[in-house]
Write a protein that binds this ligand. Structure first.
Ligand SMILES: Cc1cc2nc3c(=O)[nH]c(=O)nc-3n(C[C@H](O)[C@H](O)[C@H](O)COP(=O)(O)OP(=O)(O)OC[C@H]3O[C@@H](n4cnc5c(N)ncnc54)[C@H](O)[C@@H]3O)c2cc1C
Ligand SMILES: NC(=O)c1ccc[n+]([C@@H]2O[C@H](COP(=O)([O-])OP(=O)(O)OC[C@H]3O[C@@H](n4cnc5c(N)ncnc54)[C@H](OP(=O)(O)O)[C@@H]3O)[C@@H](O)[C@H]2O)c1
Length: 247
């Protein structure tokens, strides 16, 4: 059972009708970029808690969480009602395997996300360690509609700071845009388009891949990578593909 402490909402951002970020002040234990905490609320006398990835890097304050409103979702329908000054419970300890310290060394780091799965990658991208360790980092954010491509300002700052070392590849599956790929991640790997847009080869000998978000995307993408010779990264048996399913 997670041990919860009090947190205070210090800011709230509404990106779209369904996408929100909450900034929280709370004295949590040290964590690693890519990990998650549990957020909890008392709902009709029951403590309801779910995991949410830190969007902020460990050295950044306040804590930040990015979530989608699940229609009829037990917790998210209450989280959206919170505002600046409200209280929230947060687990003191962070958890999660989606972190750089679990990754063997490689030349390239590929961060593949759908929807709110971009959160832990923003945390990772805001650490100095990621830029020290990898020659090139590719961030993929795959969403349904253009408005779902959130955190563009933070990404622009990273592009300015890291130049050629960083590539951002947005995917928008259900609308035509002038800049995003209109397809799904597994298809882009199969057809060689992801490599073409990244400008580097996607090979097991030079790449580490992190995948986060929609479990069907995680499964389909992992299957394609395994068929290309990649191996799952496990604590006891190191490989190149590290995943986190959001549901
Ligand atoms: C390790 C981990 C980290 C997570 N981090 C985040 C995060 O940073 N941001 C976030 O929004 N969610 C995250 N989730 C999902 C989150 O914990 C909740 O499951 C989600 O917010 C739904 O809660 P709920 O009580 O409102 O919905 P429930 O009443 O529990 O309904 C669950 C259903 O909602 C849908 N769903 C759940 N999560 C998502 C999602 N992220 N995007 C689209 N559909 C979803 C699925 O259909 C799922 O079956 C994470 C989950 C895990 C396991
Ligand atoms: N109940 C459910 O089963 C369910 C599932 C997903 C989302 N939702 C709801 O939808 C809302 C929006 O969430 P979201 O935008 O984050 O949705 P999402 O369905 O995760 O879509 C994000 C991106 O992932 C793509 N995707 C979906 N399945 C994939 C797969 N197997 N392989 C590769 N890519 C895949 C989508 O492509 P496409 O546009 O081609 O699908 C889209 O580009 C949320 O409120 C959530 O509750 C419900």
């Amino acid at each position: 059972m997670a041990k919860f402490i009090d947190g205070k909402i210090v800011a709230k951002k509404k990106w779209t009708d369904k996408l929100f970020s909450l900034q929280v002040e709370a004295k949590v234990d040290p964590f690693e970029a890519g990990q998650f905490a549990k957020l909890a609320l008392d709902i009709d006398g029951d403590l309801v808690s779910h995991p949410y990835s830190f969007v902020n890097a460990p050295h950044q304050n306040p804590l930040e969480f990015y979530f989608t409103l699940v229609p009829s979702g037990l917790l998210t329908t209450q989280l959206v009602k919170l505002d600046q000054g409200d209280s929230i419970l947060i687990s003191r300890h962070a958890s999660g395997f989606l972190r750089l310290s679990e990754l063997p060394q490689a030349k390239y780091l590929w961060l593949l996300s759908t929807g709110t799965g971009i959160g832990p990658f923003l945390s990772i991208l805001n650490t100095k360690e990621s830029w020290r360790r990898f020659d090139r980092i590719i961030l993929v954010h795959a969403v349904r509609y253009e408005d779902d491509l959130t955190y563009r300002e933070s990404i622009s700052k990273l592009l300015t700071e890291y130049g050629e070392q960083f590539r951002y590849i947005p995917f928008v599956s259900r609308a035509i845009t002038s800049f995003a790929l209109q397809m799904r991640i597994p298809q882009s790997i199969e057809e060689g388009l992801l490599e073409a847009h990244a400008g580097i080869p996607l090979l097991p000998e030079s790449s580490q891949i992190m995948i986060c978000g929609n479990p069907n995307m995680v499964k389909d993408t992992t299957e394609i990578l395994l068929s290309k010779g990649f191996k799952k990264n496990k604590r006891k048996e190191k490989g190149q593909v590290t995943v986190e399913n959001y549901w």
